[in-house]
Structures are given as structure tokens and as C-alpha cells.
Ligand binder design. Structure first.
Ligand code: ADP
Ligand code: MG
Length: 686
């Protein structure tokens, strides 16, 4: 068990004290089925009305349940045993907990946790909120809860635990920890569920502080390193003269900022943010050429293979005329090809390396890496950035780079409001490409109910008949169950895309229809994308794998299915795939009723504006507490409990505390960082 815990960086009692609940389940009350709202987790109790076993690509078990509110709810299982089926007799009384989603026939819950009650009913409800902990592979939730409970029984007294002299009027740490782990019966349930309870705020304060300190210290440490001075802009100038367009003012300014950084002997740490389609890639390529012309190596990394491949294609086009040798490195590059690639990177024969996170693996040794470019940074964590940093001086012994770290350029299409950027990226300088290339026509966005799907098929037919191309994006319809394997989401998505693909092929026989999803082989994906780019495919059915980076200017129509399921940032990214050419483009957001209030507002925002910054602000405003519990979408650092949006008002206090600690008691600062971030992130001096 210790090994399993260690795999999650849980080594000490303290690690368990700070293993905070990800959320709570409220089993203290029952919600009438008629009052269920999509997306809001609830506990219901009702009698089985009907049971149906079916097969839709895989076995499904559907159980209809009704209660006194005379409404029905469907609970659906994809994995089930015969013994389970036998439990669901018509008339049996069930108590279920889960998150309802709009289904085919009203609301449904997929894979609820449930219990079969005695026929009389009236079983006791829970008397306090149940904490839900982040899963630890190989340890069940009950055992994990018990372990954390045992650790809490050994919580030291307040003086020993407390590291902050002044947390304002928030409760002391010891009390806060106990409240959050073991919510008392009389605790404010609404506040706890929303993450706004004073106990949670106390912890959030310290966690934000820990992250801020860690970033500040990284920056200080980073600045103490030496980096190669990269001065030669000749290749970049040549490339610019060969581009079919002029750089926008914003691109020129940002490139100049980068050149100033590169010329210094301390490492650049710069974030370039720019809306989708603002032309970040070409700026990255120009920066790469400054390093290459100065005789050094460059690594470019993207979070997905598809995106990395797009960069590869672009870079090939730009670098080939300049005779700059390029190498491709992704997880799927294996055997001889991999050996060769690694050898070329190590010998320095390869000047630019493009790939996925495979580039960061230990086995990759650079000859003289001087610039690391990371695209769509929010998919990578701070530690990955650090791993790359360390690649700089692992070069050939005595090489030109000995003792140096590479410059780092990070690109993101997720605009971040300034205050947040200061906290999330306290270790980076920020440049903004705040201007789109000329001649773009804004994307027209319409919102349509899914019943009108047949019209869309006609619309695609018409658009493609005029030589235009279209995307059809399939999103996840079913929530995968809680403990689903990581690949499960991709699998369900892939299945949905497959089905849609088949329907569209049948409905549009005169068109070439292609399919890409995350479960396809890299070569297949690549071939399909190449066909689409070359116009050999008219309609591309895709999952959200195309969310970032894909660039096919002739595609001018995008249809997004179940758009109500996606967050604003993701919708904006997806929509950014069209509107890249001079043709007027449109985006159709299809939704299934009933729409939640938030989903309606998101879709309306998308319809009303194309401006990434406005959308980002609206996104922050809209994220009600319910949505905030999921940090996956924020794209910012991963916190245990804190939320940069919800807890934004704590930031001034965080900055002040950080200032004071770094000045007066750096050893306390260090303990705070260790406590929250542990050894997972190496910082100052490490
Ligand atoms: P981003 O990565 O910022 O979303 P890309 O780098 O993919 O954007 O660029 C989007 C498209 O705009 C590409 O087709 C690119 O060739 C084109 N582009 C970039 N800069 C300019 C420019 N200054 N003028 C015209 N087109 C440009
Ligand atoms: Mg891009």
C-alpha cells in the first residue's frame, strides 16, 4: 500500500493531511426526481418501473425509476454483472447518487452509486457530507478514506501545524483541515459544496501562497542560470522575406520582444498569448531560426501528436529552403527510426526537433539545446517545463552549453486575464499577439437544436458542392463512470464519432467523408489530415482531438454536436479551426434539450462574439460554484482545493504574504511550498 501511495507522492502523514477532498457528495438529503437538474449531483430514492437490457455497440442496462414526484429517471450501466441485473426487480426500492444528464428520454444518470433498500423504505440518510478524495490507483475509496482518517487522528497541535502568523479572520489551519476532511453535521453545506467555506478559504489561501512562492522562487533560480546569447537574425530575416504575407504589427512586436530576451545571457521565460489564428506558429519559427543561426538546437513540443504533426509540416515548409535539418520525435517513433532520431539529436545533426512530450524523456539527449518552445502550455505542467530546462546542459561533455539552460518560449491560445496570469505564471513574462492577420472574415455562429440535424446535412451538401470543406465535431455524450480508465473518454468519443461518420457517409454519398479520433493510429490520423488539407476529403468527422492547432484555411463550416457539453474555452478553440481563409465561415452549435442555464449563456456568448479575450472574461464570470469544482477546464495550474477564479479575492493577500515571507523567513516559505507541492516540483536551487 505504501508503494501505491508513493506513486501518488503520498509518503508522510502530512501528505495525507493535505490530500484534500476533491468534492463532496451530499447524501444528507433526497431530491425528488422531478426536481433534478442536469449537471447537479443529487441523491434520489425511487422504485424500479422497468428494466431493459440492450446493445448499442456494447451491452447497456437501463433501469427506469420513479418516485412520489411522479417523474421518471433512467439509470444506465455499461458494465454490469448478472447478479446486479437480478437486483433490479420491478418494484424494488433504490437509492442512487449521481449526476443527471439529459438523455434520450429525459434525464438519466450513468453509473450512479446505488443501494437496494428494504421494501419498506425509510432507511437513515447520511448525517454529514461525504468527502470524495482524488483516486489513488489500487486503493479503493473506502480504504483511502480510512487511511486519511487514521492520519488525521495523528494531527499535531495547532502551534506545530501553523506556519502563517496571520491569516486574517480565517480559521487556524488545524481547524480548517478537520472541517474540510470531516465536515461537522452543522457545517454550512452550501458553502462547502461551493468551496467557499472559511475552512476551505483558509486552505486555499495557503495553497495559492505555496504555488506563488514556488513560482517566484523558480523565477529567481532561473534568472541565476546562464543561457547562451542568441544574436544572429539572418536566417529569420530570410524566412520573413520568403513568407507569402507580411507579419502583423503584433507579430513583429512580439518577435522583437523575444529577440531581446534571446540576446541576453540569462534564460528567457516568456509566455506568448494570442487568440486562435493570430499566427503564433510563424513567430515561434522565427525565434527558432535565431537559435539555429546562432549555431544551437531548438526543441518544439506540442501536447498532442496531431498538433505536433501540424507544426512539423509548417516547419518543414519554412525550414527546408534554408537547409535546416529537422527531426520528428513522438511516442510512436520507435525502433530504428527512434535510434536514428536520438542519434541525430545527440550529435547535433538535427538542429530543430519537433514532437510531443516524448521530447522531454530522459533518453533524449541534446547536443546544444538553446531554445525550448512549448505550444499550448496549459496542457503541460510547470514540472514539464523544468524537465526541459534541464536538457540544456546535458549536452556533450564540455560542449558549448555546459552549465547553461535553454531559453523557453511558451505559447498559449487561452487568454488569461491579467491578475490570474500574474498568479498562474508568476515565473513568466507575457507577450500578447493582440491582432489577427488581415482579411479574416469573422465566423458567423448559430445555435441549433439537434432535431434540426437533417437541415445541417443539406447545408454541408451545399457548401461542399461549392468546393468548401467542413468539420463535424463529435463530443462526449455520456459521462464515463467515476473510476473509468483514462482511455475510456477517448473510447466513448471515438465510438460516437464512428457512428456519426457512418450516418454521414450514408447520407452524403457524393462527398468524401473522413474520420479522425484519438484512438486511431498516428499514421492513419496523419494520412486523413493530409487528405483533408489537400482537399481530397470534403467533410471531416472528428472528435475534439482537433481542438488545438489544426490549420486548414479552406474549411469554412464547422458543426459541433452537443455543444452544450463543452466549456467556452474549448468551444472557442474548436471554432478557431474555421475562419482561417478569406471565405465567410460559419459555425453551428448543436445542442440537445433541456439546456441548463449556464449552457444557454455559454452558447449565447459564443453566438455573440468571436473575441477570445471577451470569451475568457465571460468564462470566468459564468463559472458558477458547481462548475468550479472541476479544475480540468480552467487550464491553469492544478490545485488541490484553491481555484484561481473563485478565490481571486485572496490574491492580494497571497502576494503580500509571499513578499513578507521571502524577505523575513524564507525557511517558512520553503516549508509551505514543500507541504503543498511536495517533491513533485523542484524549485529554487533544486
Ligand atoms: P495560432 O497558432 O496562433 O492559432 P497559426 O500560427 O496557426 O495561428 O496561424 C493561423 C493562420 O494564419 C495560418 O494559416 C498562418 O499561415 C496564417 N498567418 C499567420 N500570420 C499571418 C499574417 N501575418 N498574415 C496572413 N496570414 C497569416
Ligand atoms: Mg497554434
Amino acid at each position: 500500500m505504501a508503494e501505491k501511495l508513493a506513486a501518488r507522492d503520498l509518503h508522510t502523514l502530512q501528505d495525507l493531511w493535505f490530500q484534500l477532498p476533491r468534492q463532496y457528495e451530499d447524501r444528507t438529503r433526497l431530491t425528488p426526481i422531478g426536481d433534478l437538474r442536469p449537471g447537479v449531483a443529487a441523491q434520489i430514492e425511487g422504485r424500479v418501473l422497468a428494466v431493459e437490457r440492450g446493445f448499442r455497440g456494447r451491452p447497456v442496462l437501463r433501469v427506469a425509476i420513479t418516485d412520489d414526484s411522479a417523474s421518471t429517471l433512467v439509470v444506465r450501466f455499461f458494465h454490469f454483472r448478472a447478479a446486479q441485473v437480478a437486483q433490479f426487480e420491478v418494484g424494488a426500492l433504490l437509492r442512487c447518487y449521481g449526476t443527471p444528464r439529459p438523455g434520450q428520454h429525459g434525464l438519466e444518470i450513468v453509473h450512479p452509486s446505488y443501494q437496494v433498500l428494504g421494501t419498506a423504505g425509510g432507511d437513515a440518510l447520511g448525517d454529514a457530507l461525504d468527502p470524495v478524495y482524488p483516486t489513488v490507483e489500487g486503493i479503493g475509496p473506502v480504504t483511502l478514506r480510512r487511511l486519511i482518517g487514521l492520519a488525521l487522528d495523528r494531527l499535531p497541535d495547532s502551534e506545530t501545524l501553523e506556519l502563517l502568523a496571520d491569516a486574517g479572520d480565517l480559521p487556524p489551519l488545524r481547524e480548517a483541515l478537520l472541517t474540510v476532511h470531516r465536515p461537522p453535521r452543522d457545517a454550512d453545506v452550501t458553502a462547502l459544496l461551493a468551496g467557499t467555506h472559511p475552512a476551505q478559504r483558509r486552505l486555499a489561501l495557503e495553497e495559492l501562497l505555496a504555488h506563488h512562492l514556488s513560482l517566484r522562487r523558480q523565477r529567481i533560480a532561473q534568472q541565476a542560470h546562464r543561457a547562451p546569447e542568441l544574436l544572429d537574425q539572418s536566417l529569420a530575416t530570410t524566412m520573413r522575406s520568403q513568407l507569402p504575407y507580411r507579419l502583423t504589427g503584433a507579430q513583429q512586436r512580439v518577435f522583437a520582444e523575444i529577440c531581446t530576451d534571446l540576446a541576453r545571457s540569462s534564460p528567457m521565460l516568456r509566455l506568448v498569448q494570442g487568440d486562435v489564428g493570430s499566427g503564433k506558429t510563424v513567430v515561434a519559427a522565427l525565434a527558432a531560426l535565431v537559435a539555429v543561426a546562432s549555431g544551437r538546437q531548438v526543441a518544439l513540443m506540442a501536447p498532442t501528436e496531431l498538433l505536433a504533426e501540424q507544426h512539423l509540416a509548417n516547419f518543414r515548409e519554412w525550414l527546408a529552403p534554408l537547409d535546416v535539418p529537422l527531426v520528428w520525435l513522438a511516442g510512436k517513433v520507435t525502433g530504428k527510426a527512434r535510434q536514428q532520431a536520438l542519434a541525430d539529436v545527440a550529435s547535433g545533426a538535427a538542429r530543430v526537433v519537433v514532437g510531443t512530450h516524448a521530447v522531454m524523456q530522459e533518453s533524449v539527449v541534446f547536443n546544444d539545446l538553446a531554445l525550448a518552445i512549448i505550444d499550448e502550455q496549459h496542457r503541460f505542467g510547470v514540472h514539464q517545463r523544468l524537465a526541459l530546462r534541464d536538457k540544456g546542459d546535458k549536452g556533450a561533455t564540455g560542449g558549448a552549453n555546459a552549465g547553461m539552460v535553454p531559453h523557453q518560449l511558451v505559447m498559449t491560445a487561452t487568454p488569461i486575464p491579467r491578475t490570474l496570469a500574474m498568479s498562474a505564471y508568476a515565473d513568466l513574462d507575457v507577450s500578447s499577439i493582440d491582432e489577427l492577420p488581415p482579411g479574416r472574415t469573422p465566423v458567423q455562429t448559430v445555435v441549433l437544436a439537434s432535431e434540426r440535424r437533417p437541415e445541417l446535412v443539406e447545408r454541408i451538401r451545399a457548401a461542399c458542392a461549392q468546393g468548401r470543406q467542413a468539420y463535424w465535431v463529435c463530443t462526449l455524450i455520456d459521462e464515463p463512470d467515476e473510476d473509468a480508465k483514462p482511455g475510456a473518454v477517448m473510447k466513448i468519443e471515438a465510438q460516437a464519432a464512428q457512428t456519426t461518420f457512418e450516418t454521414l457517409v450514408a447520407g452524403l454519398p457524393e462527398l468524401q467523408v473522413g474520420l479522425v479520433h484519438g484512438r486511431m493510429k498516428a499514421a492513419e490520423k496523419q494520412a486523413t489530415m493530409a487528405d483533408f488539407k489537400a482537399g481530397r476529403i470534403d467533410l471531416l468527422v472528428a472528435t475534439t482531438v482537433i481542438e488545438v492547432g489544426v490549420d486548414v484555411p479552406n474549411a469554412s463550416l464547422m458543426i459541433i454536436e452537443n455543444a452544450e457539453r463543452l466549456g467556452l474555452a474549448q468551444l472557442h478553440q474548436l471554432r478557431g479551426r474555421v475562419g482561417r481563409g478569406s471565405e465567410a465561415s460559419s459555425c453551428v452549435l448543436m445542442y440537445r434539450s433541456p439546456l441548463s442555464m449556464l449552457a444557454r449563456q455559454r452558447l449565447e456568448t459564443m453566438r455573440a462574439t468571436n473575441d477570445g479575450f471577451l470569451i475568457a472574461e465571460k468564462d470566468l464570470e459564468l463559472r458558477g460554484p458547481g462548475e468550479l469544482l472541476g479544475t480540468r477546464q480552467t487550464g491553469l495550474a492544478e490545485f488541490r482545493l484553491a481555484d484561481l477564479v473563485r478565490d481571486a479575492d485572496l490574491l492580494p493577500q497571497v502576494h503580500e504574504l509571499a513578499e513578507r515571507l521571502l524577505r523575513d523567513s524564507p525557511e517558512v516559505a520553503e516549508r509551505i511550498v514543500l507541504r503543498w507541492i511536495g517533491t513533485a516540483v523542484r524549485y529554487a536551487g533544486a
